[in-house]
Design a protein around this ligand. Structure first.
Ligand code: ZN
Length: 230
């Protein structure tokens, strides 16, 4: 749960108020933007009971992925609690479509993500990745994959008042010739790994760990949210 201005906002899909570019939770006139990377890190680290106090209206972007959050969580530590965790077991296929985007969740023996992205840019293109998650998958495969964007879209986003805190320190930015960041990409498929991170964060809004497989093509925050609602 998030606490802001004395109002508690449970981290559940029913409190999602916006999914443009990032996921925003809101309740009783208060809102918290960009919750997905923190939620992804908590979800990926298996932490499912936490109070987050927020000053301002946005979760810090930090390094644009889950790596720095993971370091902070490691420093703080966690406590194992007595009550058992209730898993949300997927027993039938649930699917949502929006043009050429779609997402489906289906029965599986554990928690699995299977994500495909397709961007019309030579440095990204079509990327596909699938994992069955174990406790180490998040830190080894996902946490370090940064949020990404395209240089040609930055001016339009800034006109909308978005990405004001965006920089090469917290985002992977592709120019027409390739990544503008010093050092380039951390892996050729860093973008699809970041989409997995976002999906993990949004799926945390179900409120329970999931036993099932999410398959998604060109997912965004909106479509995962619609899937959760369905
Ligand atoms: Zn993201």
């Amino acid at each position: 749960r998030f606490e802001i201005g004395g109002v508690v906002i449970p981290a559940l899909a029913e409190h999602v108020v916006d999914t443009q570019l990032a996921t925003t939770l809101g309740r009783e006139g208060f809102s918290v933007r960009t919750v997905e990377h923190l939620l992804a890190t908590l979800h990926g680290a298996g932490i499912d009971n936490v109070d987050v106090s927020v000053q301002g209206d946005e979760i810090p972007i930090l390094d644009g992925c889950g790596a720095e959050w993971l370091e902070h969580l490691d420093r703080v530590g966690f406590v194992e609690q007595e009550r058992p965790v209730r898993e949300f077991v997927i027993e039938r296929i649930i699917e949502v479509r929006d043009g050429d985007r779609w997402a489906r969740i289906e029965p599986a023996p554990g928690f699995e993500l299977d994500i495909t992205i397709d961007f019309d840019h030579p440095s990204v293109g079509k990327q596909h990745l699938a994992f069955q998650f174990d406790p180490n998958t998040f830190s080894s495969e996902i946490a370090w994959a940064r949020t990404f964007g395209f240089e040609r879209l930055v001016p339009a986003m800034q006109r909308l008042g978005l990405v004001r805190g965006g920089s090469l320190e917290n985002a992977l930015v592709f120019g027409s010739e390739g990544p503008l960041n010093e050092g380039g990409v951390r892996s050729a498929d860093e973008p699809v790994r970041h989409k997995m991170l976002d999906a993990l964060g949004d799926l945390a809004l179900l409120g329970h760990p999931i036993c099932g497989r999410l398959i998604a093509e060109r997912p965004g925050h909106g479509i995962v949210f619609h899937l959760l609602k369905k």
